[in-house]
Design a protein around this ligand. Structure first.
Ligand code: 26Q
Length: 828
């Protein structure tokens, strides 16, 4: 028995917590009294939430322990999902749903006279991510738990998550998101698994006891990584997996020697530096920023996680690594944790004394890399100078990986120096840079894109040289979303209707939704479908009223675009359409009109000038449109502030039309598109990312397609004349005239000049003008279609019915079949 095992007779034999509503009431009362120390008089909403969350958490704990034990006993292969972001949102409702406690919880709260909705709203979003990539990680671990796959998420426990966005005078204002202020019921600190992480110092060679020449990293400044574990429940299957997030902390040894002789206070202040590492999430989702702290975060996560995995390995297998690659896989969520490749090499060689070849055989069979972008400017590069002072030993190893790789290249393509230069992990130039994507490709056995088009474009473009060298490493894994959160939890009325008609097997087998398709022919079913949508629209309208002071009528078409603000996503094109509609109303061209409520939401990176301008433009247009008596109910537009996971839970169920209008070839996949589809919205979209697959599944006739293809986009570059396009299109000319005449910025002349110039620029990378006409036409098609209620409802039902492919359950099965090879761990 190890010293960490105690003989607790009661631990395994203790009566398990009850699952009835009375048990929940008793649980809450116990927590009010004993955990929170409250008397009746002082039970505020905050405490009610805490007691409920603790009571639900109690129901996770035994399953969590059982899952850990079962995984350990099985001793099978395991996967670690390494991600700088996990955009979890709220946990309470999800836990209640996955435990199958919804009815009991509703009853218990009713008995106690507590409003369940208020409890849900009392929880802060865990906003530890920017957008798609972070939310994908959250959906993945939900699906892995539901599929009983032994997958652990590893990330950073940021003190401050994604900033809170408010709108002041139409401009975005950022404020810090101190999401932990009121505590976090769901996390468990695990000090016994603390790791020390090295920074700085230098690397040196030495001869070991056997006279073998080795390297070591010395003179480092160490930072502690403290793990906090969050339970990730599977859907009604007893499995509870783990999300392990690392918080940075100073070591207790103050550095009074070298630097701070005599400066006690100064050396204590150094503590701060260590604690900064996990302080804040970088709010940047599409461009590298080169900041040292970001590289520190990346190495902090990589090193802590790999050490943690090796610790567990050595506890069971000792220092025999012969089976390590067969039993462990690290999935890298973009290049952000890619320094893991070098870190695993370092530890195997320097700490466990494996040879280079042994270490490389293990590392390159253990790492797998997922790419999430086609924008070349978003590929991460780090200056060698920064690496050499922050991570000198790691840089040594990257150089050695590169030297060996270049040798292999020279053998395969003799004399092709240009190719070697192109493919080198180290980019030469004024300043040498480490190309992280290339390190990831060289170090991994699998490289995947996140939608078919994206994966195809990667091997034709950005990674063509590598595809030529290693075609078998490349594969596609189309993204998904978890239907537990994005339908069952967030759309209870639709869930009820579906369950009543086809049962609830779709909650774990999304393909089952196909059985809804024939029901589209039934008038009574359509009527109930319409009632659900209407109820959800009323709920959203109330929120819009509260947040934006604008009245959305549920009779109008809800036309929604929510996602990060970025030029390639073309919120600007959406605004141009709104201005066009406004112009039509003003010139009395509004026969057979379809009333529309346009909602745009999303955060702009704080340093992204154009994105912030576009937010201001939306608000300026809204100001004019919403207050013009000629417009009335025909058209409303709002900018929805502080878009986040919990907002999407209200928005997706209420959407009629989902805007997925990126320049073709730029959006890797998109996942919002899938959430809308599942909830019965129709898509207006380009042939980009997963839109293509959505259209394939639902059928051309149930999708509003417009715009250039990715191929046409590439052909258009170099002979693009937006001014001629505008000139030739009367509607477009009028829209531009409104913008240029300062119609929306009468007291702030020149405010939108940069936006106007971007549209008119021959080098506009996003080709906004090129797609204007076909977008306007597709929007008209959608507006006309909306007037045929019966047909629209059928199309809405088909969208839900054929969304089965877009479950992360399918995505995770694909990863597991082609990359991980895990065996599900069943519980006794
Ligand atoms: C990089 C360097 C420094 C600081 C921040 C970053 C950084 C952080 C986040 C770069 C990129 C991101 C996030 C990217 C992202 O969310 N990409 C989206 O991933 C989704 C899931 O695969 C896709 O559906 C989207 O198409 C893609 O844009």
């Amino acid at each position: 028995m190890s010293k960490n095992t105690i003989q607790l007779r009661s631990l395994n034999d203790a009566p398990r917590v009850g699952q009835t509503s009375d048990d929940l009431v008793n649980g809450m009362q116990r927590h009010f009294l004993r955990t929170l120390g409250l008397s009746k008089a002082c039970i505020s909403d905050h405490y009610k939430y805490q007691a409920l969350a603790l009571t639900i958490r109690d129901r996770l704990m035994e399953n969590w322990k059982d899952t850990k034990e079962a995984v350990q006993e099985t001793d099978g292969k395991r996967t670690y999902y390494l991600s700088l972001e996990f955009l979890m949102g709220r946990a309470l409702g999800n836990a209640i749903l996955n435990l199958g406690l919804d009815e009991q919880a509703t009853q218990a709260l009713h008995d106690l006279g507590i409003d369940i909705e208020e409890m849900i709203e009392a929880e802060a979003d865990a906003g530890l991510g920017n957008g798609g990539l972070g939310r994908l990680a959250a959906c993945f671990i939900d699906s892995c738990a539901t599929l009983q796959l032994p997958v652990t998420g590893y990330g950073i426990r940021y003190e401050y998550g994604m900033f809170r966005q408010s709108i002041v005078d139409g401009f975005q204002q950022e404020s810090p998101d101190h999401w932990l202020r009121e505590g976090n019921i769901w996390e468990m600190e695990r000090p016994e698994y603390i790791q020390a992480i090295h920074f700085g110092g230098y690397s040196e060679s030495y001869h070991d006891d056997n006279g073998i020449l080795r390297s070591r990293w010395v003179g480092t400044h160490d930072v502690l990584a403290v793990p906090y574990d969050t339970p990730i429940p599977g859907y009604k299957n007893g499995t509870v997996n783990t999300l392990r997030l690392w918080k940075s902390a100073a070591t207790d040894e103050f550095d009074l020697g070298e630097f701070n002789a005599g400066d006690y206070a100064g050396s204590v202040a150094q503590k701060n530096n260590a604690e900064h590492i996990s302080m804040v999430l970088y709010p940047n989702d599409s461009s590298e920023n080169g900041k040292e702290l970001r590289l520190r975060q990346q190495y902090f996560l990589a090193s802590a996680s790999i050490k943690d995995v090796l610790r567990q390995w050595v506890e069971v297998h000792g220092e025999d690594f012969s089976e390590f690659a067969a039993k462990n896989c690290f999935q890298l969520n973009d290049t952000h944790p890619t320094v893991s490749v070098a870190e695993l090499m370092r530890i195997l060689m320097d700490d466990y004394r494996l040879t280079w070849d042994e270490s490389w055989a293990i590392t390159s069979k253990t790492m797998a890399y997922t790419n999430h972008t086609l924008l070349p400017e978003a590929l991460e590069r780090w200056s060698v100078r920064l690496f050499s002072h922050l991570l000198p030993r790691i840089l040594d190893i990257i150089y050695e990986i590169n030297a060996r790789f270049l040798k292999e290249l020279a053998k395969k393509y003799p004399g092709d120096v240009a190719r070697q230069r192109r493919m080198s992990i180290i980019e030469e130039g004024d300043e040498q840079q480490v190309r992280m994507a290339y390190l990831a490709i060289v170090g991994s056995f699998s490289i995947n894109g996140v939608a078919q088009l994206h994966s195809d474009l990667l091997v034709e473009g950005l990674f063509a040289d590598f595809y030529d060298l290693w075609p078998a490493k490349f594969n596609n894994k189309t993204n998904g979303v978890t239907q537990r959160r994005w339908m069952a939890w967030c759309n209870p009325s639709l869930t009820q209707l579906i369950n009543k008609n086809i049962g609830d097997s779709w909650i774990t087998q999304l393909d089952e939704l196909r059985r809804l398709a024939p029901l589209a022919e039934q008038a009574s079913f359509r009527k109930q479908w319409a009632a659900c949508k209407r109820e959800n629209k009323e709920t959203l309208a109330a929120i819009v009223q509260e947040e934006c002071g604008v009245t959305f009528s549920p009779d109008a078409m809800f036309d929604i675009q929510v996602k990060r603000i970025h030029e390639y996503k073309r919120q600007l094109l959406n605004v141009l359409h709104v201005i066009h509609l406004y112009d039509r109303i003003k010139r009395s061209d509004a026969d057979n009109w379809t009333n529309r409520c346009v909602l745009i939401g999303g955060k702009a990176a704080p340093g992204y000038y154009m994105a912030k301008k576009i937010i201001k433009l939306v608000n300026s247009v809204a100001e004019v449109v919403n207050n013009d008596p000629d417009v009335g109910d025909k058209l409303k537009i709002v900018f929805f502030p502080n878009y986040r996971v919990s907002a999407m839970e209200k928005i997706a169920p209420a959407a009629d039309l989902s805007e997925q209008i990126s320049t073709a070839g730029k959006e890797a996949s998109g996942t919002g598109n899938m959430k809308f589809m599942m909830n019965g919205a129709l898509t207006i979209g380009t042939l980009d990312g997963a839109n293509i697959e959505i259209r394939e599944e639902v059928g051309d006739e149930n999708f509003f397609l417009f715009g250039l293809t990715a191929e046409e986009v590439e052909q258009t570059r170099g002979n693009y004349n937006p001014n001629a396009i505008i000139e030739a299109d009367e509607d477009f000319k009028r829209v531009m005239n409104l913008l240029q005449s300062a119609h929306f910025n009468q007291f702030e002349l020149g405010l939108f000049d940069d936006v106007i110039n971007a549209i008119r620029c021959e080098n506009d990378p996003w080709l906004t003008a090129a797609d204007f006409r076909s977008f306007i036409d597709a929007q008209q098609e959608a507006a006309t279609a909306y007037q045929d209620k019966t047909q629209w409802l059928k199309m809405s039902i088909y969208n839900t019915a054929f969304s089965g492919k877009f479950s992360t359950d399918r995505t995770m099965q694909d990863y597991n079949r082609d990359i991980w090879g895990l065996t599900p761990v069943k519980l006794k």
